[in-house]
Ligand binder design. Structure first.
Ligand code: PLP
Length: 389
């Protein structure tokens, strides 16, 4: 038996997605730039997919949806694209300290090129400080871009984006949000958020890996970072991955259905899992109790033990979990998110991220709690910190 509780890393393809993609991997193999019928069909599919995405997240009619090979690439395009396009106007960028590496690493690269990046602190629930954003904007009047994720991938905290946009726009800065974890789990309405650029990903929501998108409101200046034949409005050259575009478009179409399931069934399972662990296992701590939190995510520290040892033990019992951001690489490094939340070293070391999805069932939750009780006990017996318990 496999109990998959790592849905923030990636998800299983939905059957309807596979079904939609299949013809485009066999008989409908046209290149959307070709003029013949197969090409024209691919072009139609591409255009329809852009419209579906615009509809699903309520983008302006003239917004651009640029398909990329990942949310990582979309984040790079947003940051570098704006920075290079607006460097004559300003060299200051403001981001939260709990962003995904695909934001933080391009920021470091931009710092090496002479841009100034301000990293905004968060509170103990991993919510960014609005006051600190305003302070950064007041101190750096040449800020061109503020980038704050909609929902955090490690602890699930949902950021007050509407307030952030309001402040940033007052200081004439554009706003980008990485909504890779938010899509299909919470409402995402581009018009009501008034955000300028949005990153999306398909594989966090039962779609294929290797496709993401950057949604760009009209009149936002952006320099391409991949040059070539001028695909995707000249912003991302390279023949489009049509089967993946079709799969992406399918999950986006289904995103409202997913939100219903997440906000009811998945949340109930997550709450049960969280409650049972905290009640039945001593020395545990829920990391982020934010009022606004993704319905499928929990991050719990098991004091006195090492999170990686726990993952290995869980895996021996068929349970897939992670310590935090699994999308970086296999190299385990300490969570910058838990550090920004000011957690103790022990709590950071012993953290476990469990992220549920639409395929999880109640018996899997009961099983996970019973396995955790057993393996945490075993690990604590050999823990140098808690072995006396
Ligand atoms: N942004 C966030 C918030 C994520 O959680 C992830 C992956 O975990 C990414 C970006 C990168 O996504 P992709 O794997 O599509 O590059």
């Amino acid at each position: 038996m496999v109990v998959y509780l790592d849905n923030a890393s990636t998800t299983r393809l939905h059957d309807k997605v596979i079904e939609a993609m299949m013809p485009y991997m066999s008989i409908k193999y046209g290149n959307p730039s070709s003029l013949h019928s197969l090409g024209r069909e691919a072009k139609r599919v591409l255009d329809d997919a852009r419209e579906s995405i615009k509809d699903a997240i309520n983008l302006n009619a003239n917004a651009k949806v640029v398909f990329t090979a990942s949310a990582t690439e979309a984040n790079n395009l947003a940051l570098k694209g704006i920075a290079y396009a607006l460097k004559g106007k300003g060299k200051s960028i403001v981001v939260s300290s709990i962003e995904h590496e695909s934001i933080l690493e391009p920021c470091k690269a931009l710092e090496r090129e002479g841009f100034k990046v301000t990293y905004i602190p968060v509170d103990s629930n991993a919510i960014v400080s609005i006051d600190a954003i305003e302070h950064a904007l007041r101190e750096n009047r040449d800020t061109i871009l503020v980038s704050v994720m909609l929902a955090n991938n490690e602890v699930g905290s949902i950021q007050p984006l509407k307030d952030i946009v309001e402040i940033a726009h007052r200081y004439n800065a554009l706003v980008h949000t990485d909504a890779a974890q938010a899509l299909g789990k919470i409402a995402l309405d581009a018009k009501s958020l008034c955000v300028d650029l949005i990153t999306l990903s398909a594989h966090k929501l039962y779609g294929p890996k290797g496709i993401g998108a950057l949604c760009i409101n009209s009149n936002i200046p952006l320099e391409p970072i991949i040059h070539g034949g001028g695909h995707e409005y000249g912003l991302r050259s390279g023949t489009q991955n049509i089967p993946a575009v079709v799969g992406f478009s399918k999950v986006v179409e289904m995103s409202r259905e997913f939100i219903d399931v997440y906000s009811s069934r998945v949340k109930a399972l997550r709450d049960k899992l969280e409650r049972s662990i905290l009640e039945s296992i001593k020395y545990t701590r829920l990391n982020s109790t934010a009022k606004d939190r993704l319905p499928n995510t929990t991050n719990i520290s098991f004091l006195g033990i090492n999170g990686e040892d726990l993952i290995i033990k869980l895996d021996e019992h068929g349970i897939c979990a992670s310590t935090g951001s699994a999308c970086s690489t296999l190299k385990q490094k300490e969570s910058h998110v838990l550090r920004a939340m000011n957690l103790s070293k022990d709590a950071r070391n012993g953290s476990l991220r469990l992220t549920l999805g639409i395929y999880n069932e109640e018996h899997e939750i009961d099983y996970t709690v019973s396995v955790l009780e057993k393996v945490v006990n075993e690990l604590r017996k050999i823990s140098p910190i808690l072995s006396s318990e």
